[in-house]
Design a protein around this ligand. Structure first.
Ligand SMILES: [Zn+2]
Ligand SMILES: [Zn+2]
Ligand SMILES: [Zn+2]
Length: 486
């Protein structure tokens, strides 16, 4: 069974009436709520937050208008519901902020990525026959760090064994003979923090989105040339996810898919170019794409921004054995689209002149990265000034999950479909019965304003989150049973 999120994280309550002076226990609060006449109504409105632990409370009116007739099908005023507010999910993708919303985001991202490979959600199933490649783009090295290499046989190898390792200028031996556990705190940490190039790291993070953009242009250019030779035209689609490595550098996983450039815009498999050729083009583009940043007093010639020496490309095959399957790839990417936002060293809050002394502590790897971003960000050029604004993200200011327009549907469309579904169900309840309203022509015209954040009391949170957890379990059981029958 699913644990209600309340068990995991404290619930934020910003309502002064709900905190402080109240000595009521959780059970008292929950019982008081459940004993009210309007409890079922309240529970229904709380359910729209989908189990969010820090929902947004909205006040105001909302109208459902039938665009076919101009008629107001339904009018809704929050003054008529318990507490005078409706609850909506915070929608945060960070599991440390709101686990249920992060889970929703992860699931949506999964469907988004998967449908681009297997079809569904508006993408034709024929995409399974298109050439597709899974590629990983990593940053170059900025100094030796502790690692956990694996041998061919799947055993953990020694970190950085060197018999006659030299001492660095700071007197540290540049070798490590340990076989690290995957929980070792030193993983990703430099052998010598004083030798490690923190400035280059954060500058690289800051320019990674631009490097990605240029790489995609290079790939497209190479593909166009290939296609021209074959007297055909192709179009490249991709979905990519950014992830922080333990050393505090961002890297990218991406799925590339090749489509024919059909005049009507429909998705058709391209003729003449294979997945192997696509992988080759991607690998080559990663090797040749690079640029220098603008000059900085700390580095008058600027920093060179390139990918590391190894760009891993694998052909995605739906039928082959021993290769990545689409499902594995999609769930892998979806997992990182939520995990990556809070991995190693990134903070949920922005760095300011007031807190840099605390967060930029040179005794930690993270602190040094943040301090480097803060210091370099003193420069007036936009490319560097952004380092201050994004110091809490170690300089990275890109998105964590992005895709090209044609790859598949959008997160917004998935969310809209869910909202439509909920509304339709609501309407069916409210009106004569299922199927009586042509819901497709109905649009919601909300006029709602912010009324606060969080559940009113811990008791409310317990009731709402337990109900959401029960609903999720029901869904899961229903899914399992459907799968068993099918
Ligand atoms: Zn939430
Ligand atoms: Zn080591
Ligand atoms: Zn050193």
């Amino acid at each position: 069974m699913t644990t209600p999120a309340l068990a995991l994280v404290p619930v934020l309550i910003d309502d002064p009436a709900g905190t402080g002076a109240s000595t009521a226990t959780l059970t008292d609060q929950a019982l008081a709520r459940a004993a009210r006449d309007d409890y079922q109504n309240w529970l229904a409105s709380a359910a729209s937050a989908g189990g969010c632990i820090r929902p947004i409370r909205l006040r105001g009116r909302s109208r459902d208008v039938d665009t076919a007739t101009g008629e107001i099908v339904r009018e809704f005023d929050t003054a008529d519901v318990p507490d005078g507010v409706i609850y909506t999910a915070c929608g945060d993708r960070r599991a440390s902020v709101c686990p249920p919303c992060a889970e929703t985001y992860r699931r949506d991202t999964y469907h988004l990525i998967r449908s681009g490979l297997t079809g569904g959600k508006g993408t034709p199933e024929s995409v399974t026959s298109h050439p597709a490649v899974f590629a990983t783009f990593t940053a170059p090295g900025f100094g030796p760090v502790h690692t956990r290499p694996m041998t061919q046989g799947g055993k953990v190898a020694r970190c950085r064994p060197r018999r006659k390792a030299p001492l660095c200028p700071h007197g540290r031996r540049m070798s490590c003979g340990q076989r690290h556990k995957d929980t070792d705190a030193c993983l990703g940490r430099p052998l010598c923090p004083d030798c490690y190039d923190y400035q280059a790291t954060v500058v690289w993070n800051a320019h990674a989105p631009e490097l990605w953009r240029r790489t995609v242009i290079t790939i497209r250019r190479h593909l166009d040339r290939l296609a021209r030779d074959q007297q055909t035209r192709v179009r490249l689609s991709y979905a990519k996810v950014a992830e922080f490595q333990a050393r505090g550098v961002v890297h990218f996983h991406a799925i590339f898919r090749l489509d024919a450039n059909s005049p009507a815009g429909e998705l058709v498999a391209p003729a003449g170019i294979t997945a192997r050729q696509l992988a080759h083009v991607i690998g080559r583009a990663a090797r040749v794409t690079g640029f220098a940043t603008v000059a900085h007093p700390a580095r008058p010639r600027g920093w060179d921004i390139t990918w590391g020496t190894q760009t891993d490309t694998r052909i995605i095959s739906l039928t082959g054995t021993g290769q990545l399957s689409d499902v594995a790839v999609a769930s892998y990417l979806a997992k990182y689209s939520t995990k990556s936002t809070e991995a190693v060293g990134t903070l949920a809050i922005r760095i300011t002149a007031g807190n840099i002394r605390y967060y930029g502590n040179p005794r930690s790897h993270q602190g040094r990265l943040i301090a480097a971003a803060w210091q370099l960000g003193r420069h007036s050029h936009d490319d560097f000034r952004a380092l201050r604004r994004w110091a809490h993200m170690l300089g990275y200011r890109g998105h964590f999950a992005t895709k090209s327009r044609r790859y598949s549907t959008t997160l917004r469309a998935i969310r809209q479909a869910r909202a439509d579904y909920r509304r339709r169900r609501h309407l069916e309840h409210a009106t004569a019965g299922p199927g009586t309203t042509p819901a497709e022509t109905i649009v919601q015209v909300p006029d709602l304003s912010w009324a606060g954040r969080g559940w009113k009391t811990s008791g409310d949170a317990l009731l709402a989150l337990s109900a959401a957890a029960r609903a999720r379990d029901h869904h899961a059981i229903a899914r399992q049973e459907t799968a068993a029958v099918a």
